[in-house]
Ligand binder design. Structure first.
Ligand code: AGP
Length: 611
């Protein structure tokens, strides 16, 4: 997704801007650009299609020098990836702007601006913003006033950074629907889409809130709220470790992040398990009263986070005894749901900035039947956390690979904690809660054990690399884990992968099964083990080639499988976490063989901050 960096400092800021763009690469992008008000008071802009390294090559030929500038990585929404569509966009020769988001009324604004004589040089929705600002500048006292007036015309989502040759000491920034932060440095101040971009410069950040307009100068930051009042926003501090983004000895962030999961299990549980229960306060000071009121849970999320929510529904209904529904945010936000009385909304998100999830929360939280909202999220200070009543941070650390791995397993653990606190108020006995806590303490060691299978799983990857399709099968709580496995494979190896609840096979997908269709099946020994085996016999009878990911004590002789990965026999409650890991490793190794871009797969972005 698009990334913004801005800098105003006592020194030349070009290196800061480029460093910030490199740190935002993980978000996904197709082109990059930079503009500075140079020391001769002129705006210089350089743009390039492709990686930031291509832009750097251009810079090495013609290096602009300046103390103030904005930069951008673009993920195409309106208009192809091309130099003309790259940000920064300019109006005239003095005004430059970077934008993240989508302007929904851009066609109407473009017609109006063209009638006023503005010539458009791109196919983007963004360009209308810079011309709108340009049009009102002559009648405005300051650049801030001009931006304030221009954004009033915008419908949609935006985070913007604006510079003007006549205001060479000020970046004006505004946000509505897309995230934006200010970094406080010793020698200047900075602007970015997220704190990762500025992690080499500062550990002090201000999160702009919806409707905020900020003037950023070397030694002064002035923020106005949507209502036009001066706003004092809190400064948040992060330890440098929390923002560390190196690959260590791994070749890819995804591989490193898979292998971090034992540590992540420890971190997400740290301080959250009492002797025999999960304290309410883990979810915040007001958690107990809110959980007391909740009679129904509505989980809302996208992608991998949605799969975590699907797993949670099995746990919340079976172990906690509370009715639970799960829905994809992009659907939920446009439905008119019949909300049950005393509904607790639970949103799940790695980034906390996913546009659909945020919109669904905003639509629902004022509903009279909602008793409160909880976000399960990995990014402290994100919009989702700030807009929810309660939050549980998943403490997975920065996740750079676009394919979500450690964020997913940490979300599962967060839901296990939620199952305990909600369960205590419904169907879960103190003994059951105690048992659950004891099991959770074993989780980091079990995850570590499964990670040792990396090499063995690599040996199975070759079977998939030359295939165009794969089926993933699971039953019960392992059905969403199969869905997550299929999503991992398709997003990084571009192999079409579908997940089915194994009982559904005979209702259609069995027609696809032959020697050419690899089938990955999750076979823990649980209450559905025999049912699963029957389903696999249906596959075997059609000569489907199976890779079974099975418990070490699963008796599978009658299936005569050629390929089995054995996992330790673990408690049913922990199994979804354990069975996820081989699927992550499998997709990683298949992608390696295929030579795809593992960390930044084509067409995808890390944080989907637009619709
Ligand atoms: C999965 O690997 C993807 N990165 C994607 O499905 C992701 O989970 C989805 O876009 C939701 O993101 P979020 O967790 O940041 O809200």
């Amino acid at each position: 997704m698009c990334g913004i960096v801005g800098a105003v400092a006592r020194h030349d800021v070009l290196d800061n801007l480029i460093d910030g763009l490199n740190r935002l690469e993980y978000r996904g992008y197709d082109s990059a650009g930079v503009a500075l008000v140079c020391d001769d008071k002129r705006v210089q802009r350089l743009r390039a299609v492709g990686k930031v390294a291509v832009l750097e090559e251009e810079i090495s030929v013609k290096r602009p020098v300046g103390h103030i500038g904005v930069a951008h990585t673009r993920w195409a929404t309106h208009g192809q990836p091309s130099v003309r569509n790259c940000h920064p966009h300019m109006s005239g020769t003095d005004l430059a702007l970077v934008h993240n988001g989508i302007i929904e009324n851009h066609t109407e604004l473009r017609t109006e601006l063209e009638a006023d004589g503005y010539e458009f040089t791109s196919d983007t929705d963004t360009e209308v913003i810079v011309h709108l600002i340009h049009r009102v500048l002559p009648d405005s006292n300051t650049l801030r006033d001009a931006v304030a007036s221009a954004v009033e015309r915008l419908e949609g989502a935006y985070a913007i950074g604006v510079i003007h040759a006549s205001s060479p000491d000020t970046i004006v920034a505004a946000r509505h629907g897309s995230p934006l932060i200010i970094g406080l440095g010793d020698d200047g101040n900075y602007l970015a889409s997220d704190q990762m971009a500025l992690s080499s410069i500062t550990d002090r950040f201000i999160y702009l809130e919806e409707g905020d307009l900020a003037e950023i100068q070397v030694d002064r930051i002035l923020i106005h709220s949507r209502q036009g009042e001066v706003a004092n926003r809190q400064v948040h501090r992060f330890s440098p470790g929390a923002l560390s983004i190196d690959k260590g000895h791994y070749n890819h962030f995804m591989h490193k992040e898979i292998h971090e999961q034992a540590r992540v299990m420890t971190d997400v549980l740290e301080g959250r398990l009492a002797e025999a229960h999960v304290p309410d306060a883990v979810f915040g000071v007001d958690a107990a009263a809110l959980f007391d009121r909740a009679q129904h849970i509505q989980i809302i999320a996208c992608g991998t986070s949605y799969h975590a929510g699907m797993v949670a529904r099995y746990w919340l209904e079976e172990h906690a005894g509370i009715p639970c529904q799960v829905e994809i945010a992009s659907e939920y936000r446009y439905r008119t749901p019949a909300v049950l009385p005393h509904t607790l909304i639970v949103t799940v998100s790695q980034s906390g900035e996913t546009a659909d999830t945020l919109a669904a929360l905003r639509n629902l939280k004022d509903h009279p039947n909602c008793c409160g909202s909880l976000s399960i999220c990995n990014v402290a200070g994100s919009s989702l956390i700030r807009e929810s009543d309660l939050c549980l941070l998943t403490h997975a650390g920065p996740e750079i690979g676009v394919a979500s791995t450690k964020a997913f397993t940490s979300q599962l653990v967060a839901f296990q904690l939620l199952t305990a606190v909600v369960g205590r108020r419904h169907a879960m006995t103190p003994q059951a809660e105690r048992g659950l806590v004891l099991q959770l303490r074993e989780l980091p060691a079990l995850v570590q054990h499964v990670l040792l299978l990396d090499e063995r799983i690599r040996n199975h990857a070759g079977t998939f690399a030359d295939k165009n399709h794969t089926l993933f099968l699971g039953r019960g709580v392992h059905y969403p884990i199969a869905m997550e496995g299929a999503l991992k494979l398709k997003e990084i190896s571009y192999i079409h992968a579908e997940a089915y609840a194994a009982g559904e096979l005979k209702h259609g997908p069995l027609a696809l099964v032959d020697e050419e269709m690899p089938v990955v099946a999750l076979v823990p020994v649980d209450g559905l083990f025999d049912k699963m085996k029957s389903n696999l016999q249906e596959v075997q009878a059609r000569k489907g080639s199976m890779l079974l990911i099975a418990s070490e004590n699963a008796c599978l002789e009658d299936l005569k499988p050629k390929s089995v990965i054995r996992l330790p026999d673990v408690p049913e409650f922990l199994a979804p976490v354990i069975y996820t890991i081989p699927l992550q490793l499998l997709s990683y190794h298949v992608a390696l063989i295929k030579g795809t871009n593992v960390d930044q797969p084509r067409n995808l972005a890390k944080a989907v901050t637009v619709e």
